[in-house]
Structure formats: C-alpha cells, structure tokens
Design a protein around this ligand. Structure first.
Ligand SMILES: [Ca+2]
Ligand SMILES: [Ca+2]
Length: 220
C-alpha cells in the first residue's frame, strides 16, 4: 500500500518486508485543463506546463548540484537548466509543456529517476520542488489542474511497478491559489537516506523565486 504523504511527514525508505528503497522514480502526473465553451457545447484544451526540479546540498547547506529544465535560461545569477546530476545518480526525463491532453494516461509527465547508491557522498540532501510555468496558456493555480500528483515509485518512467508514496497536489487545501510547491526532501542521517514531505506551497510566479526560497529556507 502506498503511503499517502501529509505535510510535514517523515518516512524512512523501508519497503514492506524491510528492504531499502534505493532506486526509484520521483514523478509528477497531471492533465491539461478542459475548458467548457459555448454553454458547454464545445471544449477547449488548455496546456498546463508544470516543472519538476531539484537542488542538492551538502551538510552545511551549500549547493552541490541542481536539475531543472534546460529551457530555463535565467541569466548570469542562476546556472542553466540541465537534466542529469553531475554524479549521474539523478536524471530528469525532460520538460513536458502540456500535461496529458487525452485524459489520464496513468504515467507521470515529468520524472526524476534516482539511484541513491550513485549519489555523491558530498550530497546530504536533495530538495524536490514543483512550479507552474508562467505562460499565457494557463494562469491558474494548482487546484485547477486535473489530478496533479507527485509520487515516489519503483519502476521506470514508462512502467510503474510499485508506488511507495504519493502526494496529491490538486486536492490539497494549502495548494489552492498557489503556483509553487516545495514538495519534499531526501536527506541523509547517520548514513541512511530518509524522506521528509514538506508540502509548503507559495504564489511564486517564476521559478527563480522558488530556487532562492529553497536555498534560503530548505537547504539544511
Ligand atoms: Ca514542464
Ligand atoms: Ca500523465
């Protein structure tokens, strides 16, 4: 049974039977918005661009590495986006710009695959966050996005074998009216990786605000 994560919950990465979860996917599934037009006679599909990203920190809270969409070019103050961590342990499947346009396909639209055994020993925490890209298509918040969900599961980006934990974004009250979510963090304690569901949501219109926030408030 998958754990339904609640804000502030901390879990160890132990599966039923006691084995440790070391290779898994952190994925986000969501749908494009269907808008009813002409008294409901006609439906318009509105693309929704969610972006799943992460930042890696050392034990002192200093940035070691990052993953966010290469389509982000935020000038000289922030590094360019990239899909693979320097140690090769984490890999992002790529920027999805629309969400599911033909209904829920059961697969996550953006996924970061994680292999904890390959994570650089310098990395002490990995913070995952989610943004709604600010474009003309969709100006709404998380509550308007169909079945927006973040989950940790074993399998591959194309096949979900076993869901370990899940966090429902579109139905969480504290996500209503918000466009950024500091979802949670993997962190190392006494050599063991654990996971804390943070679940703090913000109105950040641009990802740079969220990146600054994560560095300032969630790096330790
Ligand atoms: Ca995206
Ligand atoms: Ca999907």
């Amino acid at each position: 049974m998958a754990i339904r994560l609640e804000k502030g919950q901390r879990i160890n990465l132990e599966k039923e039977g006691g084995a440790k979860l070391t290779e898994f996917c952190v994925g986000c599934n969501w749908g494009a918005v269907k808008e009813k037009k002409l008294l409901g006679l006609w439906e318009k599909t509105v693309d929704v661009d969610l972006d799943l990203s992460c930042l890696m920190f050392d034990a002192d809270g200093k940035i070691v590495d990052h993953i966010w969409s290469p389509l982000y070019n935020m000038g000289p103050s922030l590094p360019h986006g990239k899909l693979t961590s320097n140690d090769g342990a984490l890999h992002h499947t790529g920027d999805d710009l629309t969400g599911d346009t033909d209904g829920d396909d059961g697969l996550d639209n953006e996924i970061i695959t994680v292999n904890l055994q390959k994570v650089s020993p310098v990395v002490n925490s990995i913070v995952f966050f989610l943004n709604i890209y600010n474009n003309e298509e969709y100006s709404g918040d998380f509550s308007g996005i169909p079945y927006a969900t973040i989950r940790m599961y074993e399998g591959t980006p194309k096949r979900v074998k076993s869901v370990f934990a899940q966090y429902d974004v579109s139905t969480k009250e504290n996500c209503a009216g918000k466009r950024a979510l500091v979802m949670g963090k993997l962190y190392k304690r006494e050599g063991e990786w654990r996971f804390a569901a943070i679940g703090d949501a913000f109105e950040d219109k641009v990802i740079a605000y969220t990146i600054a926030r994560v560095i300032r408030d969630y790096s330790k």
